[in-house]
Design a binder for this molecule. Structure first.
Ligand SMILES: Nc1ncnc2c1ncn2[C@@H]1O[C@H](COP(=O)(O)OP(=O)(O)O)[C@@H](O)[C@H]1O
Ligand SMILES: [Mg+2]
Length: 345
């Protein structure tokens, strides 16, 4: 394998070609709190790595270490070939950071915020102005460009924050829970933007509490809990380990729930592993592994003459993912779950 080492000062291990972020044994303790307790991960150039974990897992601490805002206690990390401890200035020039909490200046307008950041990044006045306008347009903020950021909605703020992180054309972007607290529509807008950045060649490290977000955006996933990696791999691989999705069917006639469940069970369809009737909600849940089973179950019920009012699928919740991987609930599963529900509502 070809190996490159842009770190002639030595120390950090050589990083494999095509790897944008490489983290080995990263440790950061705050007093007795082990925020990071030996984290290893790699992000390939031009891909999105999802870092999934509940509140307090260490996600923001990881992002802060990789942004040079925190100095790790032990371990190594290189980003675009630069060592986080030894080459902080070069590293900062190649990254963009969007925090969970928007970091814009409330009193300045959207345009002034972007212009100011452009100037801080050494753009000329003219360059800073045109880059600001270009990004305002791209993030659908042109109409609000002259209003103070404090008048923006949550979604507009998040978009402004994303725009701000992109001013310097970063090769590597950190998105720290970019959609936590956003409504579904705004969340989709943010997802579209992230996809666009990746299509343009950016490498993204995305932290999230939502399996769905990871599935939408990331190709690979690292699951962390209490500062340690508890699983990593391809998103599809992990999903399969966790057991795919749940197909939820709402019959036109709730009285038929029981007989529909029996029909599915008796048909013994490949990859369909049982059914669960939820009378209170008037739905039948069927765990499935892929779209193939979805089609098969719906076709079966249709051919038997059952009326279906609504179907939907959902991914396992963070709790279910943790349960499947570790055999236990996360310490913080209650909180994480509540937030998941709020956003989904
Ligand atoms: N500056 C700090 N001082 C003390 N403890 C901290 C600090 N930052 C984070 N922590 C603690 O480290 C752990 C990980 O926090 P964090 O990285 O923010 O998790 P996440 O972003 O996954 O919710 C938590 O227990 C948190 O309370
Ligand atoms: Mg955080």
């Amino acid at each position: 394998m070809t190996r490159i080492d842009k770190n002639p000062t030595g120390g950090a291990e050589a990083v494999a070609a095509g790897t944008a972020i490489s983290v080995r044994g990263l440790v950061k303790h705050f007093g007795s709190t082990k925020a990071l307790d030996g984290v290893d991960l790699d992000v390939r150039e031009g891909t999105v790595l999802g870092v999934l974990g509940p509140n307090g897992a260490g996600k923001t601490t990881l992002v802060r270490c990789l942004s040079t805002l925190l100095v790790p206690d032990a371990g190594t990390a290189t980003v675009a070939g630069y060592d986080v401890v030894r080459q902080p200035r070069q590293l900062r020039r190649t990254i963009g950071l969007t925090g969970q909490y928007a970091s814009v200046d409330e009193k300045l307008s959207g345009r002034e915020n972007l212009y100011m950041i452009g100037r801080l990044l050494d753009l000329s006045r003219k360059e800073a102005r045109s880059r600001a306008d270009e990004l305002l347009e791209r993030f659908s903020l042109t109409d609000a460009a002259k209003r103070p950021a404090m008048t923006y909605s949550g979604g507009m703020r998040r978009r402004l924050d994303l725009a701000a992180s992109m001013i310097g054309h970063p090769a590597v972007l950190y998105l720290d829970e970019p959609t936590t607290g956003l409504d579904p529509r705004t969340r989709n807008e943010v997802w579209d933007e992230v996809r666009r950045m990746v299509a343009e060649g950016a490498t993204v490290l995305l932290t999230t509490q939502y399996m769905e977000e990871a599935e939408q955006l990331a190709s690979e996933l690292t699951v962390i809990d209490r500062g340690t990696v508890i699983a990593n791999g391809e998103v599809d691989e992990l999903k399969a380990r966790v057991g795919g999705r749940t197909l939820q069917i709402r019959p036109t006639d709730p009285q038929q729930l029981g007989s529909m469940a029996r029909a599915v069970t008796e048909a013994g369809l490949d990859g369909v592993s049982g059914t669960q009737v939820v009378p209170d909600e008037g739905v039948l849940n069927v765990p499935i592994l892929s779209d193939q089973q979805l089609t098969a179950v719906v076709a079966l019920l249709g051919s038997r003459g059952y009326g279906i009012a609504h179907i939907g699928t959902h991914l396992p919740s963070l709790d279910e993912v943790f349960l499947a991987i570790t055999g236990q609930k996360t310490a913080d599963s209650q909180d994480a779950h509540r937030e998941t529900e709020e956003v989904a509502a």
